[in-house]
Design a protein around this ligand. Structure first.
Ligand SMILES: Cc1ncc(COP(=O)(O)O)c(C=O)c1O
Length: 442
């Protein structure tokens, strides 16, 4: 007889991106959430300094979203979107499209950021093929980029540990631009660094090496999040846009974190005034209430693919059982209404200067080596403990949680991305807690 797991035994759940043994020896459990706060299993309020995982932009437990999802589940739990559909799928797509940059109004639904990235890469390659340039298959990512965990995403991604164990099987034909962080020039920059736009010119070197005719797309996060908050130098994204356009290469912005208000606009594209050809979304698309992601493709890309097939043929052999799941679509519509109704993107823009001032006040706190920020996102890089990279940030994270504040960390970088409903007093509490905790870590 097989042995059954004991109820509440923690061994069955193989946790993602977690030191499983370390966590299970001293678990941190969240049991409920409302507004800006989680409640932990030991009954403490915990201020959410990272919107869950950069995703709960409207704050937790929003009634409008809960009731929209509940009503949808009672009406129809699931409907396929392969050769069938349901009305909310179209409504959600139109609402997302309304927020996208000019022209990017063809929306393909997925269930996560990783799926959005792989979908975007496939659409880029399919687009060139549909136009008779099937040799354009090469993809260019960037060092330190994070594009989720699919084989496509880790291949164009540039975070070593995410690739190492799978390195023999990454997709071929990928190259990488250099990342844009240079502490000598960029440390403690408030907003966009002045130095570094020229790094985009490295794309010309890759084009000379591989030839433009072999390159399908360049993918970057407009602001890198998961690697530890890297803000693009002034003019950098514009330069990438110019070079890609000149060579017929598609530009993909991975806006899984920056989409839906993180920078005070619907998209980073709008914030920077740079329009890509394809844009990936997830997370805050429906306040993370139900898994959902999306790809916004320019109409010309959609039309090239769709019009290249005979009228009764499936044009793009791609999709997920849960693409535009009814409950996720209901949550998406309610969330986008909520963002607009409460003016949350504008609120984020209004709070950004206070957020910037408050995070940069930690410049003199122990171990702080760099601080970077844009909109309602910030990173504080700590000096690593000798021989134990990441240990100091981990200790800071745990102590902040014990002190009632949830933050993120990656390596020795602390990351902050609170819900857009945060107020000034809570911003103060967030960074004041970090300051106090830093005074106690080794
Ligand atoms: C820029 C970016 N792309 C893709 C992803 C992957 O999203 P998911 O974890 O939903 O697959 C993330 C997740 O943080 C991300 O930040």
């Amino acid at each position: 007889m097989t042995s059954r797991p004991v109820i509440n035994d923690m061994s069955s759940f193989w946790m993602p991106f977690t030191a499983n043994r370390q966590f299970k020896s001293a678990p941190r459990l969240l049991e409920s959430a409302k507004g800006m706060y989680y409640r932990s299993s030991d009954g403490r309020e915990v201020l959410d300094g990272c919107a869950g995982l950069w995703c709960v932009n409207a704050g937790h437990g929003r009634e409008q979203i809960v009731s929209a999802v509940t009503a949808q589940m009672q009406t129809m739990d699931f409907a396929p979107t392969f050769q069938m559909a349901h009305p909310l799928a179209f409504k959600a797509a139109s609402k997302v499209a309304e927020l996208m940059p000019e022209g990017l109004d063809r929306i393909f639904f997925t269930n996560s950021g990783s799926e959005s990235v792989d979908t975007a890469l496939k659409i880029a390659i399919a687009y060139h093929r549909a136009r008779g340039e099937g040799q354009r298959t090469r993809l260019i990512g960037r060092e330190r980029g994070y594009h989720g965990v699919g084989f496509g995403g880790i291949s164009v991604g540039g975070i070593g540990p995410n690739r190492k164990a799978y390195s023999g099987n990454l997709i071929p034909g990928v190259d990488h631009l250099p990342h844009t962080h240079n502490p000598e020039h960029n440390s403690f920059t408030q907003g966009q660094p002045v130095w570094g736009a020229h790094l985009a010119e490295d794309l010309e070197r890759l084009i000379a090496l591989h030839d433009a005719s072999t390159i399908a797309a360049v993918i970057v996060e407009p602001v890198s999040g998961s690697t530890g908050v890297l803000v693009p130098p002034q003019g950098y994204l514009q330069k990438l846009r110019e070079i890609t356009a000149k060579h017929g290469i598609l530009l993909i912005f991975d806006e899984v974190i920056t989409g839906f208000g993180r920078l005070g606009k619907a998209t980073a594209s709008e914030y920077f005034g740079v329009t890509p050809d394809i844009l990936t979304l997830a997370k805050a698309i429906n306040n993370a209430a139900i898994p959902m992601g999306a790809v916004a493709a320019h109409r010309k890309i959609h039309d090239a693919i769709v019009d290249s097939s005979s009228p009764n043929a499936i044009e793009l052999f791609h999709g997920y059982t849960y693409s535009a799941h009814p409950a996720a679509a209901a949550a998406c519509i309610a969330t986008l209404d909520l963002y607009r109704g409460e003016g949350l993107f504008e609120r984020a823009a209004g709070l950004a200067p206070f957020f910037e001032k408050t995070v940069h006040a930690l410049r003199d706190a122990p171990f702080v080596k760099d601080i970077r920020n844009l909109g309602l996102v910030a990173g504080i890089e700590l000096e690593s403990r000798p021989g134990a990279p990441g240990a100091r940030a981990y200790e800071t994270f745990v102590k902040c949680f014990e002190a009632g504040v949830l933050i993120r960390y990656t390596g020795d970088i602390l990351a902050f991305s609170p819900p857009l409903i945060i107020d000034e007093a809570q911003i103060h509490t967030l960074f004041d807690t970090v300051r106090k905790v830093l005074a106690t870590v080794d």
